[in-house]
Design a protein around this ligand. Structure first.
Ligand code: BGC
Length: 249
């Protein structure tokens, strides 16, 4: 089955058609900067433009950088607060004239990684963390997802973890790899103390440069593996959710 996957982030909105049986992109992914402010109307315009650029009018899945329950957005830390309470599935569905499934961005990335990437075949407790504008999380045990975990907002040194340790924080505060890795290490130690994962998958754009920081995470017992699908995981997971493959196998 071929499904359009759209990954909505605080900084960029990416899309590509996906073969959900293989997890492969069927065309080069396209990316448009997230409009600022990222209101429901402005983001929907970009979603329409991306789908139109592929001539797409079929099944579509989209991720969103906040809590999503039954297609409705419940939180919006890094996009416009007008999203809170918006039925994103209905909004995008109307704009595209097709059925659209919407889920949290890290959950989407996690589902894709558990099926086609770094978590394939893992049955134990797996924590996926995505480092981008914020920190996203997806938690699995026995291959099943616990949705909307929001671990980027646990408090470290009195602040939201994502304020200290997201990729955005690295850029904003001009942190060296070692300084930033120290913050990530501290955050992950905290998460490890709470969840005792067997495996931590690290994703987001910064996973492409994992050689520069993953070896510096020395305080963690769990295995740490960079996302196999890198930054395409959200697109693939969005498509899988729309195809009804909601949990990892
Ligand atoms: C949001 C999460 C999201 C993460 C990554 C956080 O600020 O609350 O829902 O998964 O950013 O985009």
């Amino acid at each position: 089955m071929h499904v359009l996957g759209i990954d909505i982030g605080g900084t960029g909105i990416k899309a590509a058609p996906v073969d959900v049986a293989t997890g492969l992109l069927l065309d080069e992914r396209r990316k448009i900067a997230t409009p600022q402010p990222a209101t429901p109307e402005a983001v929907t315009d970009v979603v329409r433009e991306l789908a139109g650029s592929f001539g797409w009018n079929g099944a579509t899945g989209a991720t969103f950088p906040g809590v999503v329950a039954g297609g409705t957005v419940r939180t919006a830390a890094n996009v416009d607060h007008a999203w809170i309470g918006t039925d994103a599935a209905a909004l995008f569905g109307k704009a595209l004239g097709a059925e659209v499934t919407v889920l949290n961005d890290a959950d989407g990335a996690g589902v894709a990684e558990m099926t086609f990437g770094a978590g394939k075949g893992e049955r134990g407790t797996v924590l996926m963390l995505t480092f981008g504008t914020g920190i996203g999380s997806a938690l699995f045990t026995g291959g099943l997802l616990v949705p909307n975990t929001e671990f980027g907002h646990v408090e470290i040194r009195g602040r939201d973890a994502e304020r200290r340790a997201s990729e955005h924080a690295k850029t904003l505060h001009d942190l060296s790899w070692s300084k930033w890795a120290g913050r990530v290490d501290e955050y992950m130690r905290h998460m490890e103390a709470l969840l005792s994962p067997d495996l931590i998958i690290v994703g987001g754009g910064v996973s492409k440069e994992s050689d520069r920081w993953v070896p510096l995470l020395t305080g963690i017992r769990a295995r740490i593996i960079p996302a196999g699908l890198h930054n395409d995981a959200g697109i693939v997971g969005a498509a899988m959710a729309a195809a009804g493959i909601a949990t990892a196998r």
